[in-house]
Design a protein around this ligand. Structure first.
Ligand code: NAD
Length: 517
């Protein structure tokens, strides 16, 4: 992939914060959006929920419903799984000529590009992410992921193994079958694409359950798949809650694989439930990633990386650089720099031009993040930026707006340095020696990502080798490419999305012994 195919989740520094957006600007940005109907997408058709029930999709910037989604139940899941199983058995997809299957995935990418503006507005309204982030970074990356996996369809080869005597050994890569996918609300379409694209490339059938808070773009993705030429039943979406749809999907006898992205707590439950039917499981879970700045680093670049690491998508990023570890020689300089960026980051209505940070995604998040901020102060950390709700200043009394927040002098074992806050709250911790930085980095139960900022190539590479994390960035943060695998160590989960590794996650190896006598 070329560099333009990678995505840098980089926040640009705004003018002044916060801004209150005039109603005219809010309305004009959202008025032309097209929502999917409040139905599931099963067997190539919009399908009413068995119960007839729907729930609201809430816009976190004004706390009102912008549309509704179907509230699925066990029966809906069963219908979708049966459709997927039938599609898988029918060979319509897995035995389609590889070049033709690749064309379908490529066409999906093209249709995602064509529908980018609408998809981006749906994503912004559901999540509170800015129009820039959704439309210029994330939806284009979704299309690139489909292109990347379109390329693999014709290259997923097996092997030939030397056997004794007059025998020939072959290994075949076969699709797993019906794959259940459960995704969170922070990057709804992007994280669905991480799973859907490789699973389709390998010839599987899918039942996707997006977060009940952010289902719109997953429904559109399935509809786009149908328009691109996926046979009916190959890609189904059932919307609804974790207990109503997620649990029956995980328990279903005819689902062979569960791929989950979400919290470590729910991941643990899914692992337990999946054991009953011995499903293959991939878990992408939480993190508390260390972003480590050494004294010899390019400080302005490191500061931009620190800001993007924690303020991109309001810190609702599994790999957020929520712990900033800073060598003591540059500690005060970094504190000053990061405070200045936080103070200038424009918090506002997500669809308004110039907004760099929208509201956090939902009421629970809003209350939870403010509670963590209270806790940080109670624990004795020094609040040097933000730390308050901007509901009144930005939303005129509505909306889950929180200021970009920075705590200095955070003790590595305090709660705000140990627990995933999943919001725009940075914990800055000083260190003296590289070994101390490693010790602090490894002091949580997680191991999703880490970064090192230094001009010393030896130090950069030895830190990269020693850090226990699924991704290590050197002089960068929050960079993703379809070809580079992503996943966790420790309680951040196991298995890998993206890259060639994801193909292994959606295939079984079959060995064939051929007796040539
Ligand atoms: P969550 O675990 O609450 O929910 C994730 C999904 O699981 C949702 O679709 C939800 O409806 C479903 N779910 C909830 N309970 C379930 C159950 N009992 N059975 C089956 N499904 C159930 O997570 P969230 O709040 O949506 O997302 C935030 C979390 O996701 C954070 O911890 C974050 O770190 C993590 N995350 C991880 C990655 C990664 O790649 N490692 C990426 C993004 C987010």
């Amino acid at each position: 992939m070329g560099r333009e195919a990678s995505a840098s989740l980089f926040i640009t520094i705004g003018s002044e914060m916060p801004v209150q957006t005039p109603d005219s600007e809010k309305n004009s940005a959202a008025q032309n959006v097209e929502f999917p109907p409040p139905k599931h997408f099963i067997n190539g058709e919009w399908t009413n929920p068995d119960s007839g029930a729907v729930t609201d999709s809430i816009d976190p910037s004004n706390e009102t419903a912008h549309t509704q989604i179907a509230a699925g139940n066990e029966k809906d899941v069963d219908i979708a799984v049966q459709a997927a199983a039938a599609a898988f058995q029918s060979d319509s997809w897995r035995r389609m000529a590889p070049a033709k299957r690749a064309q379908v995935l490529w066409k999906m990418a093209e249709l995602i590009d064509t529908n980018r503006a609408n998809l981006a507005v749906c994503e912004s309204l559901d999540t509170g992410k800015t129009a820039f982030d959704a439309g210029k970074i994330e939806i284009p990356l979704v299309a690139e992921i489909f292109r990347y996996y379109a390329g693999w369809v014709t290259k997923a080869e097996g092997g030939v193994v030397p056997l004794p005597g007059n025998s020939l050994g072959l290994t075949l890569r076969e699709p797993v079958g019906v794959c259940g996918m459960i995704t969170p609300w922070n990057f709804p379409m992007l994280l669905a694409a991480w799973k859907v694209a490789p699973a389709l490339a390998c010839g599987n059938a899918i039942v996707l359950k997006p977060s009940e808070q952010t289902s719109l773009t997953s429904l559109w993705m399935a509809k786009i798949g149908q328009e691109a030429g996926l046979p009916p039943g190959v890609f189904n979406v059932v919307t609804g809650s974790g207990s109503g749809v997620g649990t029956p999907l995980v328990r279903h006898q005819e689902v062979q694989k569960i791929s989950f992205t979400g919290s470590t707590e729910v991941g643990r439950m899914i692992q337990r439930e999946s054991a009953e039917t011995l499903k293959r499981v991939t878990l992408e879970l939480g993190g508390k990633s260390p972003n480590i700045i050494f004294g010899d680093a390019d400080i302005p670049a490191a500061l931009r990386g620190a800001a993007s690491g924690i303020f991109y998508n309001k810190g609702e990023v599994c790999a957020a650089g929520s712990r900033l570890l800073v060598e003591r020689s540059i500690y005060e300089e970094v504190l000053e720099g990061i405070t200045a960026i936080a103070a200038k980051t424009t918090v506002g209505y997500p669809l308004a031009e110039g907004t760099r940070m929208g509201p956090v995604c939902n009421q629970d998040q809003y209350e939870g993040v403010l509670e963590w901020i209270r806790k940080g102060t109670e624990e004795g950390a020094r609040l040097i930026a933000g730390g308050q709700s901007l509901r009144n200043e930005v939303g005129g009394g509505k909306g889950f707006f929180i200021s970009p927040t920075v705590f200095a002098d955070v003790s590595p074992d305090s709660a705000i340095a140990q627990e995933e806050i999943f919001g725009p709250v940075l914990a800055v911790i000083p260190f003296d020696e590289p070994e101390d930085a490693l010790k602090i980095a490894h002091s949580t139960r997680y191991g999703l990502a880490a970064a090192v900022w230094t001009r010393d190539v030896g130090r950069a590479l030895s830190m990269a080798r020693d850090l226990r994390a699924g991704t290590v960035w050197i002089n960068a943060y929050n960079l993703y490419d379809p070809g580079l695998p992503f996943g966790g160590f420790g309680e951040s989960g196991f298995g890998r999305d993206l890259g060639k590794d994801a193909l292994a996650a959606y295939t079984e190896t079959k060995s064939v012994w051929v007796n040539l006598d």
